[in-house]
Design a protein around this ligand. Sequence first.
Ligand SMILES: [Zn+2]
Length: 456
Amino acid sequence: MYAVVDIETTGGYASGNNITEIAIFRFDGKEVIDSYHTLINPEQRIPSFITSLTGITTEMVEDAPTFSEVAQDILDFTEGCIFVAHNVNFDFTFLKQSFKTLDLSFERKKICTVRLSRKIFPKLPSYSLGNLCGSLNIEITDRHRAKGDAEATVKLLKLLLENDNEQFIDKSLHRNSRETLLPAHLPREQFDALPEEPGVYYFHNHKNKIIYVGKAINIKKRVVSHFSGKQNSQQSQRFMNEIYSVSFERCGSELVALLLESNEIKKHWPAYNRSQKRVVKNYCIYQYTDQQGYARLSVGLIQKFQQTILSFRTAIEARDFLMEAVHEHELCSRLCGLHKSSVLCKDALVSAPCKVCEQGEDSSRYNKKVSRAVLSFAEQQATLAIKQKGRTEEEFGIVLMESGKYLGYGFVPQDVQVSTFEEFKTYIHLYPDNQDVRSIIESYTYKADEASMMYF
Ligand SMILES: [Zn+2]
């Protein structure tokens, strides 16, 4: 027995909104056996844009029963039935949420007439209930009212059952309950094809635009976790509805997946990544020229579009590094901002009197020392290859840093002998260098096994 359900609500997402109307048809596959219909007092105002869609006004539901008064009826009426709705997750999530506020659980087997229509009647221009009924010549009265829409869904289900030559309905009920967890527009074959390996995955919208990029140690498992979470916020329901396809890139290791993910987010700036982009604060040593013409080195937060000379995780690291450089290259610690607005250098590390503060060294001489120091910084930056697992047993992955700058990653066949950095370079794809990827590599090298790193 099927229970074909449609609800009307005060808004598009279950948290903060309530049900205003429900219609249920018990259908044995051939005929409607029984039906249930009631308006429900949502105990909140119905926004006018909802009223203009459904025709249900706040006044109409004022004297209707509340959900708690009809909850038992709904439980009884759907008991032992397969719960059917057009975009079943919407109706089911609302009901489940409403039962939950009464401390009642609501579990039913579900099928979704959107998903089944895509399989049984492929290549139709649209799968919204109205358009589908148009394409399939199903009469629909009282559109956007629970009874009218549920009645049309019964007729649609009947057509689906009659044309289900490949037993899609049976399969979706018996294979597992995951089917209805998938976003309504996502083809199951694409989900099935996801590998259980490290990599990056992409969700696309109906125009094939990337709307989310993520990285995972196990791509399939991670994608499932997007769909099995609570989908009752406005944002997550909209997100699920916008997903039309999923694609992926195998990476072999978590490090490469992190690097690719970072690059892809910067490149595509997907809508659903923007809201959760973490803020990474990093410090750097940067250079500028002051009004007297002196080259100044300074420690500060990394700014966008600013040319940084060296970057650090913390301000203390950056200052310590700069202090040593001041000592080694006979720079002026005042001009390097290492002590506050004092007139003369008093840094403990500077043993000799400061040539700028005490002897009035001119800017052209001083600036040459700064340039020499900056050049020496670059030499201290590591050139290394980090070895990682490949995408197959026949290869291994490599991540390359040259003079502290990220070059990119690639894969090298196991049977090839590579010994020089230049040789490694021929196997990689070049990617833009930035602070995010440097931080990813830095924290990897900090805790990684030394054996995976080759310095040149
Ligand atoms: Zn000085």
